[in-house]
Design a protein around this ligand. Sequence first.
Ligand code: DQA
Length: 143
Amino acid sequence: MTHILILNGPNLNLLGTRQPETYGTITLKDIEAMCAREAGALGITYEFEQSNHEGTMVDLIHATKADGIILNAAAYTHSSIAIMDAISAVNKPVLELHLSNIHQREDFRHHSYISKVAFAMICGLGASGYPLALRAMNEHLAL
Ligand code: DQA
């Protein structure tokens, strides 16, 4: 059975109260519930993780048995060569995900190390991007 890791980076544990004008009022727990529903509908399994620590994210990428990874690396998107290298090392398909449209925001958010190693990117759809990403990853893995 297809198994997907959904990995969330720093500060995403604060969704709901964090800059609601940018990220909305939905919590990470709500987003996990949306993913659970979508995974059920698709007939796949998933694990949902969040970490504020770059090294922990690298470890999770190394350790996962998932077939593919949906990654909202949050601020590490724009800074982490270590997370980019971890993705290259495990050689699994990665779909980059952001709640906000990073290209509409500050210049420093326009560059993504994750995009160098991701097969696709979804941004700007808020929480709806998560179930959409699961569907897209499932289709990608079936190719
Ligand atoms: C984010 C965008 C990043 O630039 C930011 O650092 C985040 C969240 C998003 O989901 O829109 O923490 O990844």
